[in-house]
Design a protein around this ligand. Structure first.
Ligand SMILES: [Fe+2]
Length: 180
């Protein structure tokens, strides 16, 4: 099949779920992110609890220059040692590669950090649409009591750097009871 013969898929605009061909799925548990939490021991005890799941429509392979990928994330509500459930977060390896996200349901925070570790948030609520410049690290945090569901589109060749987040984290953490 050539690039001009990619069949469309269905994006359920109520649930954010994708149905069709070339859709990759993944899931992460609280324990999978053990080194990312402020309280790793609490994360170990949380172990197998589902943290988030993703679906990614891959009309092209990861890494193809000029291609765009599309996907959802369902970030569950909850906390670990008082720290709200969050995604790992990453930098793009190519710092000029931007990303766009729209919230489907739930409420939370898009956390952004620049290369000087200045960290700020954008509020996520249904319909909120976010532009992530390529040179900012980004992570999402579920501060609500229902799943935070959002869709993103990103360049297939952006690359993902998780290592420095694991090592240094973001400039701010988000705990139950905090004001954002
Ligand atoms: Fe990204």
């Amino acid at each position: 099949m050539s690039a001009s013969q990619i069949p469309p898929i269905l994006t359920n605009l109520t649930t954010g779920m994708l149905v069709g061909e070339r859709i990759a799925e993944s899931r992460r548990t609280v324990g999978d992110l053990v080194g990312y939490w402020s309280d790793p021991e609490a994360a170990r005890q949380g172990g197998d609890a589902l943290l988030y799941g993703t679906q990614t429509w891959m009309p092209a392979e990861d890494g193809v220059e000029g291609a765009i990928l599309w996907g959802n994330t369902v970030l569950m509500p909850g906390s670990v040692g008082g720290e709200f459930f969050m995604t790992r977060g990453h930098w793009h390896e190519k710092l000029d590669r931007c990303e766009m996200c729209v919230t489907v349901s739930g409420s939370g925070l898009l956390v952004l950090m620049d290369e000087s570790r200045n960290t700020w948030v954008e509020q996520m609520s249904p319909g909120s649409t976010h532009y992530v410049p390529g040179n900012l690290a980004h992570r999402t945090v579920n501060t609500g009591d229902e799943p935070l569901v959002f869709m993103c589109a990103w360049p297939a060749d952006c690359g993902h750097n998780y290592g420095s987040i694991l090592e240094l984290g973001f400039g701010r953490r988000f705990f139950v009871g905090d004001q954002f």
